[in-house]
Design a protein around this ligand. Sequence first.
Ligand code: IVH
Length: 671
Amino acid sequence: MVIGVMVTDALKKRVEKLREEIEYHNYRYYILDQPDISDAQYDRMMRELEKLEEEHPELRSLNSATQRIGAPPLEAFEIVRRTLPMLSLSNAFDENEARDFDKRVKKFLASSEDIIYVAEPKLDGLAVELVYEGGRLMVGSTRGDGVNGENITQNLRTIKTIPLQLVRKEVPVPERLEVRGEVIIQIEKFKALNRKRKEMGDLLFANPRNAAAGSVRQLDSKVTRDRPLEIYCYGVGEVRGRNFQTHCDILQTLPKWGLRTNPHFRRCRNIDEVLEYYHEMNEKRESLPYEIDGIVIKVDRIDLQTRLGEISRSPRWALAFKFAPKQETTRISDIVVQVGRTGALTPVAVMEPVRVGGVEVSRATLHNQDEIDRLDVRVGDTVTIQRAGDVIPEVVEVIASKRTGREKKFRIPSTCPVCGAEVIKEEVIYRCIGLDCPAQLKGRIKHFASKRAMDIDGLGIKLIDQLVDKGLIKDIADIYYIKKEELIELERMADKSARNIIDAIEKSKTKPLGKFLFALGILHVGETTADDLASHFLRLEDFFHLTEEDLKEVEGVGPEVSASVVQFFRDKKNRESIERLKKAGIKLIEPKAKEKGKLAGKNFVFTGTLKSYGRDESRNLVESLGGVTTSSVSKKVDFVVVGEDPGSKADKARELGIKILSEEEFKKMTG
Ligand code: IVH
């Protein structure tokens, strides 16, 4: 018995050590950006930890790096009541107001000396608090009303930049640490997320902030896990076991515990230096990968912060100094209709030019007729517009008080403004059904040539306009039949540019099948779906005979996509077009077939410990042979592999009459 306990003790130490090491390497990777071990070494540690936890469930802990996988969905969030409220910030919108803040601080402290401030970016995301006790993450919550937040611990645990355990290498960890920060999504990741959602027909997030907030407040943490969230910490609440003298000290110490702070903060010796920082950050703003909406100015010395205290839920020692808003007001001078490649009619507001977040805009999308009706937007209206995560500007609201009575209501026309064909309504979308609509053709070519599709450099909208208007391109396949001489005839086309375009067209001929399918612009087939279709069917030829039944087998492809794919490849014009593309020399790289292994179509469940395989190892083995593994026993399961100390799964298998394999039998089957 004593020996047993000793073994468990040693194991426990090993598990703890692994967890600590993994957290330390996360810190090197995510915070220092200086990993000092290879991915393979990291994976090995993770696998060892997983294996030990699998074998010794009593050693499992939510604070293990293996547990960033999401937990069972919640019914509702619990409320977390905090002792030190999360305050909000008072705002300044211009230099005078920022200087007034400096004056107020000095007056309150009865001091004429310069105050040292720390200035830092004001990140546009969602405020959260993390509580660490003895270095372990205990609770994570939203700000809520400041005192009462929502317990979102299991969601925050899925975010890789949030350490589950603090790093103890350099600085001892405090007994209790409440740390506060902003959870954000980077702009590019936000755009990719929205692209994916569009493909899936999900509602789009208006901006990265909404995407971050929506993702963090999910009842199902598995949804949160799949969102590209990250954190920057910017302050602390209650801290027991460590005294901070300055805010700078906090910002410099947190990273040593593995808590990421934003690297763009600056210690400023007076308000003038703060203002200088403000202008620098305003310039830098567009080049940062995430959105910031201003800077936050904080008195550096904590003792002064304490003396200053708070007033009406905002600290007297801090101020948000906002950048010029990305929202602006302007007047709509016209509403025009754009016809896209799928024939969808999009109403676009033409506005008096206005600068929004540093960029001049004169058009904003109104999305569709429903949106126009919802906003009750009319030609002549004064409106608020916004640019979110540098996506296309949109109209947010009408300023009704500016109405003169001369505004004109707008309705999407019943015929296509470009080709005159009939327009039909499909749910919220109005669509031109003209077969030869030049606007659709231009849109299709633009899409076909775009970077993520065939990537034809230089074939931009201006050139496309000319090519279509002159009748040189009547179908996407015509791109590959253009001659240099024809290009030179066009406006502003020198010999060299014509040559470059011909070269780019030639170069685009070899493409992976997935990209080509995406380029064809099949309705509802985005990049991911196109790749999925390519890896499932492998050859372009097969697409001509597909039925909706065949498409059911492709994971993630629903009836809407299936119908659209089948219809596309049945269409005579599309078939001819693809034929001509092939004749022109399009070469498609076909994905490699996944080997049909000997376990193809077989479903496995493992229970108990196998002597010769780790948990992942046995699963990988099955998958590499074409089989699938699941965690629970149901009628769909073909084999249950039973190791030592099996759980109830073995009983259930017997009950359902499912074939049970011993480790030896499994070895034989796979060997
Ligand atoms: S300090 C008492 N620092 O801005 C200090 N806040 O209204 C309170 N925010 O909800 C916050 N970046 O989510 C601070 N560097 C930063 C910040 C920041 C963004 C957010 C925070 C808070 C809001 C303040």
